[in-house]
Write a protein that binds this ligand. Structure first.
Ligand SMILES: Nc1nc2c(c(=O)[nH]1)N[C@H]1C(S)=C(S)[C@@H](COP(=O)(O)OP(=O)(O)OC[C@H]3O[C@@H](n4cnc5c(=O)[nH]c(N)nc54)[C@H](O)[C@@H]3O)O[C@H]1N2
Ligand SMILES: Nc1nc2c(c(=O)[nH]1)N[C@H]1C(S)=C(S)[C@@H](COP(=O)(O)OP(=O)(O)OC[C@H]3O[C@@H](n4cnc5c(=O)[nH]c(N)nc54)[C@H](O)[C@@H]3O)O[C@H]1N2
Ligand SMILES: [Mo]
Length: 790
């Protein structure tokens, strides 16, 4: 008899996808009151003449003619093209302190912001202002910052190449490289780690490569939720007999079985395709050890082959021609003990030898990975271990092989390509100087962690956020709240209201912008923008829905206005720029992108071709732009130190996305594939750990940060324990509710990526309410109460 589970918890037994996915699409369209409009919108997403789906960066299929949508893309589009709007009436009715009391879900669900707003501290209300007034205030505020390096300019990866490029032009003319960006919290370990390995900070595969791969290693990503369109690709690989080997502490349903909502046969017969051929539940933070174990076993196979005269397990010709550092790497593998590998990874030597054997038989292997790899103190070196393993068998720059970081936001890769970077290369700055005729700042700027620290410590005076929800997405909401409230000026360019906008600076503005799905009319007519997907394909995106209000402006228009008013207030501009011309015709911006980045040659012509064009990828062509001129094997000594391993009370917490959320946007409180409905106040743990720590499923507990970064307020209260297949000593909970546990200082030292996915915690029976929002996690509230409220 199945045992009784707590409220809202079920055993999910079906495959991922299937009728459940189609039903969920209908529900989210209805909730946003756009059944008809949304249906039309979906038909236009990821089509040659439509808009780029804002949900993820997985590329479009080769033949963009078929109707490709996915459940979570549908939710994202419905959320953006909602019929609900908020304007003067809403903000007159609700004070900021009132709104603060609501859940994050409620706040965003109020709908699209339709008017520029300025905060009035005397009344504690946002008030509608004219665009001219808002811009005068913002320009004066930015001009008043004593040193340009005391201003921060955040971007979230939904903005287009054109908006991002114009933004970085303005900011560099203003005089700083302070570009905190969502990728600092996401794939920065890739951007920092891979250039040293293979000379480029991006993936090397294209979608076609998946047709030729016979082995996919899938490490630390959850495509059924976060890149659902990838499931079609994995299903094809599986159907034609390719192997898929998964490393993930949690059993994720989509990686086990998937029923394609686009396959008539599977839907009619309720059948499903198995995805993973083997599934290894690696310990949280144990990937580097597992990768080293596989490499060590592979080298042993190669040695054995030398003796027996069998097929070598390493690609010696590739290694000799293309790589450097093999001897040091092999020497390190030799001194890394199996006992350490087994302890750190939680996997047995024989498991890892099995993977090595499968790998040695593969002709072409792709390794896909996500946040399970990057969001650790060891993020950068984790990524480099993946590259090492691929290089051992020449799986880089040949058909069907390569490295495939799954990017997050739909244009996070493009924003980086066109200059949003706090550590710019000399070539970028030289080209900016030559093309625009001003001397850009050379000093490196702030990443997310550094900008929050500067705000918290009172060094930064102003921030402009081009999208996102920085204070909630970042680690340490305590520091973020303090930081935002220290500022003289905060500006939020946004589609919707979120909690970051409730952390009041002396002067705070909200500026409503168009989303991807909407018609963008400027002086020369309807405009298209461009984006770059996870596989370096650049293509056009054209919205067609009517904007939610006549005062909602394009991001590009807003950036242009901020630039004009700031330099007017300063009384001078480093160089005369005709901002109105760029805003009036985005193809002029593309001309300049092309002038600064030669890879965009013939930009305007090439985006007219359906599907767009591919940016050249040096590593994919086996050109290694590294210091050694070769692909480098990079050594990380030993295995990740298992902090707290000696203490049986310390658990390692990882933070996850539920199926019904997009980062900090919570669409609903369900997480269907993990069997959770109507609640997010969950701590997943295995039955052995529950028994060992004296808990039962359904118990309500508090979790506190342990060890180095422990602090009395690093506590999340009242989570309910739910049984889940996880390795011993590991637990999991939802992002962003768990942010208060993560210290700003707890990050990868190389890439500054917060270690969102390996937080040492202790678990204890729930104590009395600590008198803060930490007691109401269930409602999705994080952070502190607002000052106005205290
Ligand atoms: N619907 C939807 N789509 C999205 C997003 C969204 O929130 N919702 N977010 C977008 C963004 S910005 C991003 S970056 C991507 C994120 O996409 P993913 O990388 O898939 O993100 P996560 O859900 O954070 O975690 C991925 C997986 O890592 C596993 N994991 C946790 N810790 C470890 C570990 O130590 N080792 C290993 N091997 N695995 C581990 C978790 O069990 C989980 O299955 O998705 C993008 N697409
Ligand atoms: N604990 C933990 N923390 C994490 C993660 C984790 O796995 N665990 N993941 C990290 C990752 S991978 C990322 S990428 C970050 C995400 O960090 P962000 O990108 O800052 O966060 P989002 O939640 O994606 O931002 C959502 C907001 O963007 C605005 N928005 C939506 N569409 C548009 C648009 O078209 N234009 C503009 N201007 N604004 C728009 C809306 O106001 C919405 O509220 O979070 C990171 N934080
Ligand atoms: Mo991300």
């Amino acid at each position: 008899m199945p045992d009784k589970r707590p409220d809202g918890i079920t055993d999910y037994t079906g495959p991922a996808g299937g009728w459940g996915a189609l039903k969920a699409v209908a529900v989210s369209l209805k909730a946003q009151q756009i059944v008809v409009r949304g249906g039309q919108t979906l038909l236009k997403s990821n089509q040659p003449d439509g808009f780029d789906c804002p949900s993820c960066a997985w590329p479009d299929p080769k033949h963009t003619s078929s109707f490709e949508f996915c459940e979570n893309g549908a939710k994202a589009v419905a959320w953006e093209s909602t019929a609900k709007t908020i304007g003067a009436e809403f903000f007159a009715k609700h004070s900021v302190s009132d709104i603060w009391q609501q859940s994050d879900h409620w706040i965003e669900d109020q709908g699209r912001v339709t008017e520029p707003l300025r905060y009035n501290a005397a009344t504690d209300h946002y008030e509608v202002v004219s665009w001219a007034e808002a811009m005068r205030g913002i320009g004066a505020g930015l001009a008043a910052v004593p040193d340009p390096n005391q201003a921060e300019f955040y971007t979230s990866g939904r903005c287009s190449n054109e908006a991002a490029f114009l933004f970085q032009l303005f900011v560099r003319m203003y005089g700083t490289n302070n570009f905190p960006d969502c990728s600092n919290m996401c794939h920065e370990a890739t951007s920092v780690g891979l250039p040293k390995s293979i000379g480029i900070g991006k993936g090397t595969v294209s979608l076609e490569d998946f047709d030729h791969a016979d082995l996919i290693l899938s490490i630390g990503h959850n495509p059924g939720t976060n890149h659902p369109r990838m499931m079609a690709t994995l299903r094809e690989v599986s159907k034609r007999g390719g192997k898929i080997i998964v490393f993930n502490p949690l059993k994720e349903r989509s990686l086990e079985r998937f029923e394609s909502p686009q396959s008539v046969v599977e839907m009619a017969t309720m059948s499903a395709t198995p995805i993973a051929s083997s599934y290894y539940q690696v310990k949280v933070g144990g990937d580097a050890a597992a990768l080293k174990g596989i490499a060590k076993a592979l080298v042993a196979l190669d040695e054995a082959a030398k003796v027996s005269g069998g097929e070598p397990a390493l690609d010696h010709a590739f290694i000799a021609e293309h790589t450097a550092g093999l001897d040091e790497y092999i020497a390190d593998l030799a001194t890394t003990e199996w006992a350490d590998i087994e302890r750190s990874s939680g996997l047995s030597r024989s498991d890892l030898e099995e993977v090595a054997l499968a790998y040695s038989k593969s002709k072409s292997t792709i390794c896909c990975y996500g946040m399970g790899v990057t969001q650790h103190r060891t993020g950068t070196t984790n990524v480099q271990q993946i590259a090492n393993l691929l290089l051992l068998r020449g799986n880089m720059g040949k058909p069907g092989a390569g490295i495939c970081p799954l990017r997050g936001h739909s244009n996070v890769q493009g924003d980086r390509t066109v200059g949003i970077t706090e550590r710019p290369m000399t070539m970028l700055l030289d080209n900016m100087r030559d093309v625009f005729g001003f001397e850009p700042p050379r000093e490196h700027g702030h990443s997310v962690v550094e900008s929050i620290a500067a705000m918290r410590d009172g060094h930064a005076k102003a921030i402009v956020c081009l999208g996102g929800n920085l204070a909630i997405a970042s680690s340490d909401p305590q520091a973020c709240a303090e930081g935002f409230r220290n500022l003289d000026l905060a500006v939020h360019i946004t589609t919707k209201l979120n909690r970051t906008m409730l952390l009041m600076a002396k002067s705070t503005y909200i500026l409503p912008c168009l989303g991807r799905t909407e018609l963008d009319m400027q002086a020369t007519g309807q405009q298209a923008v461009t984006v770059e997907d996870s596989m370096s394909m650049v293509h056009a995106s054209r919205g067609f829905l009517m904007p939610p209000g006549e005062n909602v402006k394009s991001e590009i228009w807003i950036v242009g206005e901020i630039a004009k008013t700031t330099f007017a207030a300063k009384g001078h501009s480093p160089v005369a720029i005709d901002w109105d011309a760029y805003v009036g015709d985005y193809s002029l911006i593309r001309d300049k992108i092309e002038a600064v980045f030669p890879a965009f040659a013939d930009y305007n012509a090439r985006i007219r071709k359906p599907g767009g064009f591919h940016l050249p990828n040096s590593a994919a062509m086996r050109q290694w732009k590294t210091d050694s001129g070769r692909a480098n094997f990079l050594v990380t000594k030993g295995v990740a130190e298992d902090e707290g391993a000696g203490d049986p009370n310390v658990m390692r917490l990882t933070t996850l996305r539920a199926h019904d959320q997009y980062n900090t946007t919570v669409y609903s409180l369900d997480d269907r594939y993990r069997g959770v409905f109507g609640r997010r106040d969950i701590l997943f743990m295995n039955a052995r750990d529950m028994a060992r720590l004296g808990f039962e499923e359904g118990d309500v507990v508090d979790i506190a940060t342990a060890l180095q970064f422990a602090r009395p307020d690093r506590v999340v209260q009242k989570l309910m324990i739910v049984r889940y297949a996880l390795p011993d000593g590991c637990c999991a909970s939802y992002y962003p509710e768990t942010q208060p546990l993560i210290a700003l200082e707890d990050h990868d030292p190389q890439s500054f990526t917060p270690s969102y996915k390996s937080i040492p915690v202790t678990v204890r029976p729930a104590a009395a309410d600590m008198g803060s929002d930490r007691g109401v996690v269930r409602a999705g509230i994080v952070g502190q109460k607002s000052k106005q409220d205290a």
